[in-house]
Ligand binder design. Structure first.
Ligand SMILES: CC1=C(CCC(=O)O)c2cc3nc(cc4[nH]c(cc5[nH]c(cc1n2)c(C)c5CCC(=O)O)c(CCC(=O)O)c4C)C(CCC(=O)O)=C3C
Ligand SMILES: [Fe+2]
Length: 353
C-alpha cells in the first residue's frame, strides 16, 4: 500500500507556566481526577518552569526519523500532532489535508495496548478526521511494539549504562526494577481484545520487562507502577515504585536500577516521579539509585519506527520477540477488535457534604 505522509501522534505537554492548567484540564476532562491531584501535578510541572520535556523530545525523535527515512530512501514527510497540547492533532490533520495528503501512517508514541496507550490514540485519530471533514486523509495507525527487538535492545543497553553510574561497590549487587504508568485495575481488566482474556496492558509490560531482563541475563527483577492518578477509592495497578523502594530496603537491597519500560521518552512523569520522587526516597533509605534511559534518543528508536513503516509500505517482516498477537494497526480510529480496551465506567462522584 502506498502512503504520502507519516503522522507522529503523541500526548503533548505544556511549554510555559500559563500552559500548565489548561493542559491538565485537557488531559483530565471527564475523567474524575480529583482537584487535589491536579494541584499536585501542576506543582510538578511548575517545578520545571511549566515546561514538559515531551514536545522537544518528540521534535528530536522526528528529526532522527526523518533522517532515517531519508537514509533508507523512503519519501514520507513527517507531521507532528498531539492529543492534549499544541500542535493539536486536529490542526495537524487539517494541515495535512491542505497539503494534499490523502493517506498517511500514524506512529503513536506508546508501545502498548490498553485504553490510554492504544484506544485513546484511535479516538484522537477519529476525532481529528471528523473535525477536518470529507477532505481528511485516511490514517492508518502502526502496531504495538513493546516486544520489538530494537525496543528491547535499547532498554537493555540503557540498563547497562545505568549500572555503570552506580558507586563501584554497588555494581556487583543491584536490583532491577521496571516501571510503567499505573492504570485502574478495571481498565487493565478490559485491556485488549476480549477474546484474549483481558489485562493486555499489564501482560505486555510484564513481557517487555521479561525480554529486557533476559537480554541482560538478569533473572531476579520486579515490575512495579508509577504516576497513579484518579480518586483514591478506585484501585489501580500496584505496588507504586516509591512504596516498592521501602519494601526492597526492608528486604536488604542496597542498590536499584529503575528501568521505565512503560515509556518511550524522558517526559515529565519520568523526570518527576522517578528522577525526583523515587531518587529522593532511595537517598533517604541510603540505597544507591540509577534510572536507565528511555529509547527516544537512541538511534535504534528511529530505525524501529522506519521498520514499522516499512511493514506497511513494502511488506517488511514484522519482527517481535514474544508470541503475543501483533495488534494495534487499524485504520481511521477503528478498534483493534470489538469491545477492545473498553473504558471502565467512572465511579459516581463523591456526594457533596
Ligand atoms: C498508560 C498511560 C501512559 C503511557 C502510554 C502513553 O504514553 O500514552 C501515560 C502517559 C503519559 N501521561 C502523561 C501525563 C498525564 N497523565 C495523566 C493521567 C493519566 N495517565 C494515565 C495513563 C497513562 N498515561 C491515566 C489512566 C490517567 C488518569 C486520567 C485518565 O484516565 O486519562 C495526567 C493527569 C494528571 C495526573 O497525573 O493525575 C497527566 C498530566 C504524559 C505526559 C507527560 C509530560 O507532560 O511530559 C504521558 C506521556
Ligand atoms: Fe486497543
Amino acid at each position: 500500500m502506498s502512503y504520502d505522509a507519516l503522522l507522529w501522534l503523541s500526548f503533548g505537554g505544556p511549554e510555559g507556566p500559563e500552559d500548565v492548567r489548561p493542559f491538565l484540564e485537557n488531559v483530565t476532562r471527564g475523567r474524575g481526577v480529583p482537584p487535589e491531584r491536579l494541584d499536585e501535578v501542576e506543582q510538578h510541572y511548575q517545578h520545571f518552569g511549566g515546561v514538559s520535556p515531551i514536545n522537544q523530545l518528540n521534535r528530536d525523535a522526528i528529526k532522527a526519523v526523518t533522517a532515517e527515512l531519508d537514509r533508507q530512501g523512503v519519501r514520507l514527510p513527517v507531521y507532528f500532532g498531539n492529543r492534549n497540547w499544541h500542535p493539536m492533532v486536529e490542526d495537524t490533520v487539517a494541515r495535512m489535508a491542505a497539503d494534499g495528503v490523502r493517506r498517511a501512517l500514524v506512529f503513536p508514541t506508546s508501545a502498548y495496548g490498553g485504553y490510554s496507550a492504544c484506544r485513546q490514540y484511535d479516538e484522537d485519530i477519529a476525532r481529528a478526521r471528523a473535525s477536518v471533514g470529507p477532505d481528511a486523509p485516511d490514517l492508518v495507525k502502526l502496531r504495538h511494539f513493546f516486544d520489538h527487538p530494537l525496543f528491547v535492545a535499547a532498554f537493555a543497553d540503557g540498563v547497562r549504562a545505568a549500572v555503570a553510574t552506580l558507586p563501584e561497590q554497588a555494581r556487583q549487587d543491584w536490583r532491577l526494577v521496571f516501571t510503567a504508568h499505573s492504570i485502574p485495575l478495571a481498565a487493565d481488566a478490559a485491556a485488549g481484545p476480549p477474546e484474549q482474556g483481558g489485562n493486555l496492558y499489564s501482560r505486555q509490560v510484564t513481557e517487555a520487562a521479561r525480554l529486557v531482563a533476559a537480554e541482560l541475563g538478569v533473572d531476579a527483577y520486579d515490575v512495579v507502577w508509577q504516576s497513579r492518578s484518579g480518586p483514591p477509592q478506585v484501585p489501580w495497578l500496584e505496588p507504586d515504585i516509591v512504596d516498592h523502594l521501602d519494601a526492597l530496603h526492608e528486604a536488604g537491597v542496597t542498590a536499584v536500577v529503575v528501568c521505565p519500560v512503560g515509556f518511550v521518552s524522558d517526559h515529565l512523569e519520568v523526570v518527576w516521579d522517578l528522577d525526583t520522587e523515587a531518587r529522593d526516597r532511595a537517598a533517604e533509605l541510603g540505597m544507591a539509585f540509577a534510572r536507565s534511559a528511555t529509547p527516544n534518543n537512541d538511534p535504534r528508536f528511529a530505525e524501529l519506527v522506519v521498520e514499522l513503516v516499512r511493514e506497511q509500505t513494502d511488506g517488511a517482516q514484522a519482527r517481535a520477540l514474544s508470541t503475543f498477537p501483533l495488534i494495534g494497526c487499524t485504520a481511521n480510529g477503528a478498534l483493534c477488535a470489538t469491545g477492545c480496551c473498553e473504558q471502565p465506567r467512572r465511579p459516581a462522584p463523591a456526594a457533596e457534604a
